[in-house]
Every structure is written in C-alpha cells, then in structure tokens.
Design a protein around this ligand. Structure first.
Ligand SMILES: Cc1cc2nc3c(=O)[nH]c(=O)nc-3n(C[C@H](O)[C@H](O)[C@H](O)COP(=O)(O)O)c2cc1C
Ligand code: SF4
Length: 432
C-alpha cells in the first residue's frame, strides 16, 4: 500500500541533518541549479510549463504559464515572491517543509528567479513561526557562503539576493496582493486587479508569486525532467503533493502522494479513523473548501475530480471529523476564524462574517429557526462572488456545504433546545 506514496519533497524529512547545507548536498541537493543555469531562462520556463506543475497554494494555476506572463526585456526589476504565509486552517505542509529541508525551497527559488530574470527573491513567512524564519535565514546564509546566492552565481553571471521576511501573522497576508502590500511595509489589504502582479506587483514591478510547495517542486523537475513529473498524478493534475491528514484519524500527518489518490486510500494507509468511529465529514483543501462526506471517500484528490464533487482541492488539508462532531459547532468555529481574519476592506465580508457568527451562535444554542437558516444562506449569497477577495468566498464554503449535507442536524438544535452533541466526546481524549 505504501508504494502509493511518492516522497520527493518529503524525502529527507527523516534525515536529521537535512536542514544543513552539507546534509542537503549529500542527497544531491543544489545540483539542479547549475543544470538550470546551463539552460536559457525561457527554456527553464518551458520545462516547468511542460511538466504540468500547477500552483500548490490553492488555486492550481499552471506555474510555468504564470512565469511566462512576466514581460521579458522590459528593463524593469523583476521580483520573485514565495508565499510562505500558510494560514489556511488544517494546512501544515509548507512549515514542516521549510523546517526539514529549507535548502530545497531556496534552490527552487534560485531557479525560479533565474527563469523569470529576477535579481531579488523574497520569502514571506507568517510571523508566528519564528523557528522557521531562523532556519530559513541560516540556510540562506549557508547558500551565500557556498556561492549559490549572491553575485555571479557559479560563474554564470546571474545575481540573486534572497530576503526572508517575517509577516505579522494575518491570514489575509497569504492572499497574494495583500502579501505584496504587506511586504512593501503597509497594512496587508488586498489590491484591485488588474493590473496583475506579473505586470505591476511588488513596487509596481513585474512579480511572480508562488507557494512554497510549488517552488520546492522545481529542483526535482529540473533534475528528472518534465516527462517524469508529468508521468505522475492524473491527466490534468500532474505530479505529487503533500496531503495533510488531521482530525479524528489514527495517524495524522503529512503524506506525499500523486494527485488523484483518494481519501480512502490515504486512510487505509495510515490506520483509518480513530478506533470505533466513522467518518462523518471532511474538508478536501482546508476550511475554505466546501465540506464533503463519507459519500466522497473515493473521489480522486485532483483539481478536476474534487471540483466535480462540488468542492475544491485547495491546499489538500484533509481535516476529518467523526460522528461525535457537531457540524454546526465546527462551522461556527471556522466562521469565527473568518470574522476575525476579515481585513474589513469590503462590506459584504466585513459585515457578513460578523452576522453569520451571530446567526450560527443562535442556532448552536437552540434559539435559531428555519428562517435563520434561510437568512444564513442569503448572507452567503451576498458574499459569494461579491466580496473584494477570495477570503469572503472561502468564508461561505463551510456554511453552505454544512447546510447542504446536514440541514436536519442544524434544526435538531432548535428541537432539542441546544446542541445534541457532547463536545467532550469529539475531543481526542474524550471518547477514543
Ligand atoms: C485569504 C487567502 C489566503 C491565502 N493564503 C495563502 C497562503 O498562505 N499560501 C499560499 O501559497 N497561497 C495562499 N493564498 C493563495 C494566493 O493568493 C496565491 O494564489 C498563491 O500564493 C499562488 O501560488 P501558487 O500559484 O504557487 O499556488 C491565499 C489566498 C487567499 C484568498
Ligand atoms: S473579502 Fe474580506 S478579507 Fe477580502 S477584502 Fe473583503 S473584507 Fe477584506
């Protein structure tokens, strides 16, 4: 069963010194950069495009195509920005990757910067993970000392400065345009698009923004070729990715597998749900992606199949909940998160998330009515597609999908004058 796993990004996570330059080099690290530097930048872009790599930050846009959007020969500075803000609930892939193998990301960033002709790369890390910031900065220093960063890298004439920047800790700063605003030193609020970052991004210059996992996948593509990568995964969702399994599962963790693996296969491989319990609902890609149920255990976890099942692959954060969990309570918790993280720039999200929490609280305490459910759906309808950025759209996903699959459970709270579930039973120590 475990041959379904494809450790590439996670291959060195068990090697205690993988985070050091020496440890990484012993495993053939930093061998992809000289290969890339021997190619023309446009050929590196073509290779990544041909590999079929799609952004691992959630939206799944073709990475090579995004790189190709940056104008060439425009005389302006170009920037590479690595999105290491990782704040989507349930998502814990970029943080361990950067802790275990920071050089993989830095090598990928050097190759990406070369391809898009950037002389500056920024790694924007969420503020809370100071251990990651320290580890990355140490690895960057090692890479400079070894001549992999700086001026005239490996005698190629290519110069690159890498800056590790710590954000202040805000979910909205993972949204790419808010991230750029924050990186420029302002409050992290999203920007109107167009212009897109490829045209006017950081400091109004052409900028590529990619997720940590997208960039960290690049060295393996350069080493093994586009066909190797394209040979993994499904027809349209190629390659591998890290799947985070969490919640009421026997063995939570990060599992690297080809796109298209199913939750059933991942659970079979990892010991299943906790003993004596069954899967009730789960998120395929974090709380911003509509909930799925045990009917969807065999949905291939690729962009197309998850969309066809009514959800999104997102960040592959598989939060699994068993039958002891009150779906309304879970949805309320997530909505409180969105209310807290809403940046306040636009009315539908700022006001809507506030009112959604109020109505959900009323329902959770057994004081809600059928009209409240309709009101909730109406508020969702007024946010979805009408908010300024995708945080608003994400905020409605747990509510609309929760009501779609568990409407009766929402109303059971009213009939029973409160929550019919014992919250202690859904804790991992409460009823295992
Ligand atoms: C509210 C919000 C938060 C986001 N947080 C992240 C994040 O933490 N990391 C990330 O890579 N992308 C995040 N994204 C997606 C980014 O806007 C962007 O699509 C991504 O960084 C592009 O990289 P990729 O093409 O490599 O996936 C977020 C989007 C939204 C709307
Ligand atoms: S949708 Fe929410 S987070 Fe996005 S701009 Fe509007 S208020 Fe800010």
């Amino acid at each position: 069963m475990t041959d379904m796993l494809t450790p590439v990004l996670t291959a060195l996570w068990d090697q205690p010194d993988a985070f050091t330059l020496d440890g990484y080099r012993q495993a053939h690290g930093w061998e992809a950069l000289p290969k890339a530097l021997d190619m023309a930048p446009g050929d590196v872009i073509a290779m990544v495009k041909d590999s079929g790599l799609r952004g691992r930050g959630g939206a799944g846009f073709s990475t090579g195509t995004k790189w190709s959007f940056l104008p060439q020969g425009d005389g302006k500075p170009h920037y590479l920005v690595v999105n290491a803000d990782e704040s989507e609930p349930g998502t814990c892939k970029d943080t361990p990757l950067m802790m275990a193998n920071p050089h993989l990301l830095i090598e990928g960033a050097a190759i990406a910067a070369y391809a898009i002709r950037a002389k500056h790369a920024f790694i924007y890390v969420r503020g809370e993970v100071t251990h990651v910031v320290r580890r990355l900065r140490h690895a960057v220093e090692e890479a400079y000392a070894a001549g992999f960063l700086g001026t005239d890298i490996l005698g190629s004439g290519f110069d690159l400065e890498v800056i590790v920047h710590a954000g202040a800790g805000a979910y909205i700063c993972g949204e790419e345009s808010a991230l750029l605003t924050s990186l420029e030193g302002y409050r992290g609020l999203p920007r109107l698009r167009p212009p897109f970052p490829a045209v006017a991004g950081l400091y109004a210059s052409p900028t590529d923004i990619n997720n940590v996992e997208s960039i960290a996948s690049v060295p393996s593509i350069v080493m093994n070729g586009a066909d190797w990568f394209a040979g993994l995964g499904t027809e349209k969702s190629k390659g591998f990715g890290i799947f985070n399994l969490s919640g009421h599962v026997t063995t939570p963790g990060a599992y690297e597998a080809p796109l298209g693996i199913t939750l059933r296969e991942l659970l079979d491989m990892s010991g299943g749900m906790r003993a004596g319990h069954r899967l009730k609902f789960w998120t395929p890609g974090g709380s911003s992606t509509p909930l799925l149920t045990d009917e969807h255990l065999d949905v291939p976890l690729d962009f197309e199949s998850v969309a066809a099942a009514g959800s999104m692959l997102g960040t592959r954060a598989l939060m699994c909940f068993d039958e002891t969990t009150c779906v309304l309570r879970a949805v309320l918790r997530w909505t409180e998160f969105y209310e807290h993280e809403s940046c306040g720039k636009c009315t539908p999200c700022r006001e809507g998330t506030f009112w959604m929490v109020k109505v959900l609280e009323r329902l959770e305490h057994g004081r809600g009515t059928e009209e409240d459910l309709e009101k909730l759906l109406d508020i969702c309808d007024n946010i979805l597609g009408r908010a300024f950025c995708a945080l608003g759209d994400g905020a409605v996903s747990p509510i609309t999908s929760g009501i779609q699959y568990f409407r009766d459970e929402f109303m059971q709270h009213q009939k029973e004058g409160g929550c019919p579930f014992d919250p202690a039973a859904s804790t991992l120590w409460g009823n295992s």
